[in-house]
Design a protein around this ligand. Structure first.
Ligand code: HEC
Ligand code: HEC
Length: 296
């Protein structure tokens, strides 16, 4: 998405004007200066359609990315989730985002110190997620209710029989409904949490390290007096500048990263889940969830 600072500035000014205008009680005394600065055309802002419509393809892509990367923490309806992300429908940061300028830097790691991990998706994908978030905010009714809420409350709308067939065909190479998936519906009694869980395969992406699903080998380069050395362990933290491993003996070790040095090879057992994501149809997702909720 292209950023146009000049347009942005004038849009903000227009919003400010429109807001000031809207504040004035109708038919009351409007200060002369303000009235003169507000020619008739500002009335078009009264419709509330200040936001440019979002690109539907981008919103659709963003929705999928949101489900995998954000939903576990911010909730399927953006109102906050089981893993502690705040309600984005009340977030000033999200409410005032125009073209990703607020949201994208946060996805890219701007709030790590406050507990939101850097999400391992590209800037382009981050912009798509931001467009999706804006599209939901843009549709909120006056009570601050996301329009999709009814659907979210009843997400068990698929066909369990078809779901059973889908799981047998696509999931049984790694899972067994009599083994590791037995009782999955008791472990996640909330259908929407169960759905988030199976779609993502666990916690969402960058956080997988913390739940032990990501391991890595870090190979430090040979120096004048030292040999190259390889460290293996569970990834506790990783971004472009730092990787922290819990080594097999339990010690923690951090390695500053500078481009390709040291060499880092990450193994992510949930890669399969991420690779499958773009392949599911909505119907398949509904069917699989409808089946999994029966595995009490
Ligand atoms: C592991 C949990 C987690 C994940 C995954 C996550 N977030 Fe967050 N997010 C948080 C937490 C915690 C905060 C609060 C940080 C703070 O207090 O500044 C936050 C804050 C935010 C904020 C700022 C809200 C505000 O008003 O300050 C935005 C916007 C946001 N997240 C968007 C996203 C998007 C979009 C994704 C997916 C691409 C995402 N988050 C993934 C946990 C998460
Ligand atoms: C190539 C292997 C593979 C395939 C195929 C696969 N998964 Fe997974 N799945 C995993 C791994 C690895 C995990 C993480 C397991 C762990 O945390 O112990 C996981 C985790 C899960 C979880 C979370 C379990 C929990 O207790 O939190 C669910 C639910 C799940 N998968 C369902 C599915 C479904 C449904 C399908 C088919 C649509 C599927 N998986 C296909 C490898 C796979």
């Amino acid at each position: 998405m292209k950023v146009r600072p000049a347009t942005f500035g004038s849009v903000m000014a227009a919003i400010a004007c429109a807001a000031a205008y809207a504040w004035m009680p109708s038919f009351s005394i409007v200060p002369v200066a303000v009235a003169q600065q507000q020619p008739r055309q500002t009335s078009s802002f009264n419709s509330g359609k200040v936001r440019a419509p979002e690109d539907p393809a981008m919103v659709a892509q963003g929705k999928t990315l949101y489900a995998v990367n954000c939903q576990a923490c911010h909730g399927p309806d953006l109102r906050g989730g089981d893993m502690g992300g705040p309600n984005l429908l009340r977030s000033q940061v999200a409410l005032t985002d125009q073209h990703g300028e607020n949201i994208v830097p946060i996805i890219q790691g701007g709030r790590m110190a406050q507990g939101m991990p850097k999400i391992g998706i590209s800037v382009e994908d981050s912009n798509a997620v931001a467009a999706y978030v804006r599209s939901v905010i843009g549709m909120i009714g006056s009570q601050g209710r996301p329009p999709g809420e009814q659907k979210v409350l009843n997400i068990v709308v698929g066909d369990a029989e078809r779901g059973r067939a889908y799981v047998a065909a696509h999931c049984s190479s790694c899972h067994s409904v009599d083994g590791d998936l037995k009782g999955i519906a008791s472990k996640f009694p909330e259908p929407k949490m169960l759905q988030t869980r199976w779609v993502a395969g666990g916690a969402s992406s960058t956080y997988d390290g913390a739940s032990g699903k990501m391991t890595a080998e870090v190979t430090t380069p040979a120096g004048p007096k030292s040999k190259a050395e390889t460290f293996k362990g569970r990834v506790l933290y990783i971004d472009d500048f730092l990787v922290t491993l819990e080594l097999e003996d339990g010690t923690l070790q951090s390695f500053p990263r500078n481009g390709a040095t040291p060499k880092v090879v990450v193994h992510d057992s949930l890669q399969a889940h991420r690779d499958m994501l773009p392949l599911y149809t909505d119907q398949e997702i509904h069917d699989v969830t409808a089946y999994l909720v029966t595995l009490k």
